[in-house]
Design a binder for this molecule. Structure first.
Ligand code: CP
Ligand code: NVA
Length: 305
């Protein structure tokens, strides 16, 4: 049995493969918008394990499979034996005989990696505490649609050095952009990832103005991620100077875009004036989850078209 390809982090794909997926996502979006029926995954099934909440990820993956002629099964730990302690290894060996691909949203990256090691079908990371690689595909697709290639551009990450930030760090080298992270001192991203990316691709500072200066893209995320709810008040105090607002956006290039993976908290990490303003592309960004994940599923299950 050949080892399947997985998408557990952005660096599981080469630059060339990532750029292929982005171009293919744009093509698949055009096919969808023309109303053409395209069913390359007829009779194929995606298993979707969700140990955390989701709106965009669940609906985009499920719709992608239905529109591709296949189906998707939503699996929550409440209803499966995973929630009663069945080992991840055993679950992977069983499920991967029944479905063609598995998507997992969970807390630990290790759980996803263990699942993938024991799976005979491709596994997709749909968010862990460490990474959120699917969101990067939609973000880069959105940038390309609005401004062309992201290569050589300045991207500002303002806020928490979290799972989204880690995926931006990993993406910087592979897509060839320069990432400037501005985070509070106690909320820095994983040091090893920053070192691996190299200074020519990632710089970390504590000054949002410095990170946002002359940026082509400004992006942020919630101050307390899923699982950190009890830290909300402490985090709100630490992150207060890191709000993306009109003043901060004015330091970026005049044609800079604003992105947010959503869900957003207005007047916390982003002001309403920015997220609902002219530079914001968050709605198209969210919609592109459908198209970029279609491209990802097609690539993992069928290879290049
Ligand atoms: N951005 C994102 O992954 O959204 P959901 O949590 O709604 O899936
Ligand atoms: N950092 C956020 C992203 C949600 C899509 C979280 O993990 O909750």
């Amino acid at each position: 049995m050949a080892t399947p390809r997985h998408f557990l982090t952005i660096s599981d794909f080469s630059s060339e493969e990532l750029n292929y997926v982005i171009e293919r996502a744009i093509q698949l979006k055009a096919i969808h918008q023309k109303g053409e029926i395209y069913e390359p995954l007829k009779n194929r099934v995606l298993g979707m394990i969700f140990e955390k909440s989701s709106t965009r990820t669940r609906v985009s993956f499920e719709s992608a499979m239905l529109q591709f002629g296949g189906g998707a099964i939503f699996l929550s730990p409440r209803d499966t034996q995973l929630g009663r302690g069945e080992p991840v290894e055993d679950t992977a060996k069983v499920l991967s005989q029944m479905v063609d691909c598995v998507m997992i949203r969970t807390f630990s990256q290790e759980m996803i990696e263990t699942f993938a090691e024991n799976s005979s079908v491709p596994v997709i990371n749909a968010l862990s505490d460490m990474y959120h690689p699917c969101q990067i595909l939609a973000d880069v697709q959105t940038y390309v649609e609005h401004r062309g290639s992201i290569q050589g551009k300045k991207v500002a990450w303002i806020g928490d050095g979290n799972n989204m930030c880690h995926s931006y760090i990993t993406a910087a080298k592979l897509f060839g952009f320069k990432l400037h992270v501005a985070c509070p001192p106690n909320y820095c991203p994983n040091e090893a990832l920053v070192v691996t990316a190299g200074k020519e691709h990632v710089e970390v500072c504590h000054d949002p103005a410095q990170a946002a200066a002359e940026a082509d893209l400004v992006t942020t995320d919630v101050w307390a991620s899923m699982g950190q709810e009890e830290e909300q008040n402490k985090r709100a105090r630490a992150f207060e100077p890191y709000q993306v607002n009109t003043m901060l956006m004015s330091l970026a290039k005049s044609d800079a875009l604003f992105m947010h993976c959503l869900p957003a908290h207005r007047e916390e990490e982003v002001s309403a004036s920015v997220i609902d303003g002219e530079q914001s592309v968050v709605w198209g960004q969210a919609g592109n989850r459908l198209h970029s994940q279609k491209a990802l599923l097609e690539f993992l299950l069928l290879g290049k078209k």
